[in-house]
Design a protein around this ligand. Structure first.
Ligand SMILES: NC(=O)c1ccc[n+]([C@@H]2O[C@H](COP(=O)([O-])OP(=O)(O)OC[C@H]3O[C@@H](n4cnc5c(N)ncnc54)[C@H](O)[C@@H]3O)[C@@H](O)[C@H]2O)c1
Length: 347
């Protein structure tokens, strides 16, 4: 597969590294609207060709697929152009900034028969697949209660840089720059995490979004800091289960921590994923009487990058595809509506 990387900012480094390590994949070109950024990126990853516009890259055309690593608000317009040019697309999450755009992207990819996948990167976590298999096997019984959280703290410590100086963080804080805040940025991840493991879709959503003051006048330069940075959500699921989900960028003491708890009448499951490791624990069978938990191992799984390369080779989209990501986007849209109307929304 000859791959073009579109957008050469922070996350593109991961794409370049992962794709370069896959046999049969060559990153042949990269695009960024900032000339100095694309030149430096091409130098670091030894990429032969650079462009400062997608249109110029499409005119050149000598690639099979695109990794779209542009900011959220740019995904729709650029992906539609790539699909129109007959290119397979691996798009960063969230697929779009609203359901209408996400659905349009899924429709276009399917109509053209092109491979379309979304980088919901926690699908790379082996223990998540093991959790899903445990639920599917019936070992936990019917799932009744779900708890999921995604906690970051880049507004309170500088591990990933200074949020008040770097555009990479500032666009995430501004609705005018196309961000749906923490809900769109990592809410999409934790929603996928929970829905994938539980194997069922939400049917009802209620949500509170909150934006905290963080700069004088809630503004830094061109960035109006109005995007939500904490949310709490309650959900109903198709089998009658209920759940809570929350995420924040203000979670001091947590760099990047995902937690999922699933409870059924036969057992409980707890999955913790952090930068320093992952743990899957269960309480099953006779251990219920002692509330004793045991750790469960999981076999490594293919990454989304490997899966996309395989999908392009076979011509068949693999999960997570655009359609799935669009359905998740629908839930996020309804969460925003629930916050606005202060009332639960049916999916
Ligand atoms: N899957 C994950 O775990 C994960 C992690 C981080 C970021 N992301 C996603 O990756 C995407 C990029 O995030 P980031 O942190 O790398 O942002 P970033 O701001 O660091 O990089 C985006 C780059 O795109 C460039 N760009 C903007 N418009 C463009 C256009 N029209 N054509 C070409 N280039 C353009 C910018 O100049 C910038 O260099 C976002 O959608 C984000 O949500 C996903």
């Amino acid at each position: 597969m000859r791959l073009l990387i579109l957008g050469t900012g922070g996350m593109a480094r991961g794409h370049a590294g992962h794709f370069a390590a896959i046999r049969g994949v060559k990153v042949v070109a990269c695009v960024d609207t900032r000339p100095e950024v694309v030149t430096a990126f091409a130098g670091t990853y030894n990429i032969q060709k650079t462009f400062t516009s997608l249109e110029d890259a499409l005119d050149w055309g000598r690639f099979d697929a695109v990794a779209n690593v542009t900011p959220d608000a740019v995904h729709h317009e650029t992906t539609m152009k790539c699909l129109a040019a007959g290119k397979h697309v691996f798009c960063e999450k969230p697929l779009a900034t609203d359901y209408a755009h996400a659905r349009e992207m899924a429709d276009a990819a399917e109509a053209k028969g092109l491979v379309n996948m979304v980088n919901l990167s926690y699908r790379n976590v082996a223990q998540l697949h093991k959790a899903r298999a445990l639920v599917e096997s019936g070992k936990l019984g019917t799932i009744r209660h779900i708890e999921a959280s995604y906690l970051q703290s880049w507004l309170t410590q500088p591990l990933w840089g200074h949020w008040d100086k770097d555009p990479q963080w500032l666009w995430r804080l501004s609705t005018a720059h196309g961000s749906n805040g923490v809900l769109g940025d990592i809410g999409i991840h934790i929603l996928d995490f929970a829905v994938f493991a539980a194997g069922m879709a939400p049917t009802e959503v209620f949500c509170r979004l909150h934006t905290f003051p963080k700069a004088p006048g809630d503004r830094i330069g061109e960035y109006v800091l109005d995007a939500n940075d904490s949310f709490v959500m309650s959900l109903g699921f198709e089998n009658g289960a209920i759940g809570v989900m929350h995420a924040s960028r203000w979670a001091s003491g947590h760099f990047n921590d995902l937690k999922l708890r699933l409870y059924g009448e036969k057992g409980g499951l707890e999955l913790t994923h952090r930068l320093d490791g992952t743990e899957l624990r269960v309480c099953l069978d006779r251990n219920l009487e002692k509330a004793a938990w045991t750790e469960i191992a999981a076999k490594p799984v293919e990454t989304n990058y490997q899966s996309f390369a395989r999908a392009v080779k076979s011509g068949v989209t693999r999960e997570p595809g655009f359609r799935h990501a669009a359905e998740l986007q629908r839930v996020l849209d309804l969460a925003i509506a629930a916050d606005r109307h202060n009332a639960a929304q049916s999916v």
